[in-house]
Design a protein around this ligand. Sequence first.
Ligand SMILES: [Fe+2]
Length: 450
Amino acid sequence: MANPATAHPFLHGEFAPVREETTAFDLRVTGAIPPGLCGRFLRNGPNPIAAVNESTHHWFLGNGMVHGIRLREGRAEWYRNRYVRTPDVTDVLGEPRCPNPWPPGHGVFSANTHVMVHAGRTLALVEGGSPPVELSFDLDTVSVADFGGTLPGPFSAHPKRDPATGEWHAMGYFWAWGNRVQYLVVGADGRVRRTVDIPLPGAPMIHDMAITERYALVFDQPCTFNHAAAVAGAPLPYRWDPDYVPRIGLLPREGGADDIVWIETESCYVFHPMNAFDTADGLVHVDVVRHPRMFATEQRGPMEGRPVLERWMLDPARRSFRATRLDERPVEFPRIDERLTGLPYRYGYASMPGRGFAQRAIVRYDMQSGASALRDEGEGKGFGEPVFVPRRADAAEDDGWIMALRLDRATDRSDLVILDAADIAGEPVATVHLPVRVPAGFHGSWCPDG
Ligand SMILES: [Fe+2]
């Protein structure tokens, strides 16, 4: 039993790594899985494969493990969890390294942050310098990815899919690049069609981005690569820099770095925008989860005060910024109906942590009315990131399901819960019972077949 006073907050309890790679078939289901749900629910997260130093370990650096639940014709056919077999994992396991098209010396580290499908490929994703890793349908590692030789270098864990074109938009960064970020557009064919190098005053951690119909948004924020921390051996040498001017760049979607309109914001840190869109009067609205700061005093994970949902209104003509607080309760992992990425939208969903960063509830926001609905099953249960799945391709916004993993602390096992998106507090449509616990982790996707 770990000493609560000194134990790492992201290595024990619901965060504790699992040691087994499990394969289970024909999972027990309560309720009825909608027969139209044919695909895989996948989720990535850090799962250290070897012992780590609890005094210096950072949650963001655990080895990647992807968990998947296969649904088809009303049945839950399988559950699998697999390490993403980057060299740091295969070296521990004593396995041969996976195919890697990059030249020797090109850094490849744990792809532990997100898992998405693009151009028919299942990709485990991470930021900060390492390329994505392709997985098979059954979650075995296929190869380090290079997008058919078109990826210049680092990628991101948070590409945004433009629903109009099917293209991915992303911001890639790497401390060794110095003070710049690279905007990338990956075509629906899976090949990078455009890059824009964007010089910056420092080397910030750029976890995510947003698009509108007109712009790609660059989050240039005061959590930057810190040489002193790197020299001192910090595993994640990014630190809060109170002197760094926080701003958002509005890059015209087909423009260059010189076309960016930079707008100063208030001092804070945003990992995740919920969505962004252009307004008829020329503004950009971006809804964000705002942390007061990041890695100022806490170097083990993102715990620097309450993260809250805000709407930021950016005026490119006046270069002005205005923020409106939408909720005082803590939230993270915001998601939407991704058919509306970059477009005006009404509904958003997020996780609502309990004490510390413990998983707890999920919340559904009606951004138009300001109303919200909560699914909170008490301290004994904890929900991960809520993923929206439309009922049909042409269904209305919010007409579909929320899928989320739910930990039962009493049994130390997880379920995949399928909720009616319009009634998240109601009886679940279906609950798929997993034979194991899925550690609290990061991001995931519903990956329909085809
Ligand atoms: Fe993220």
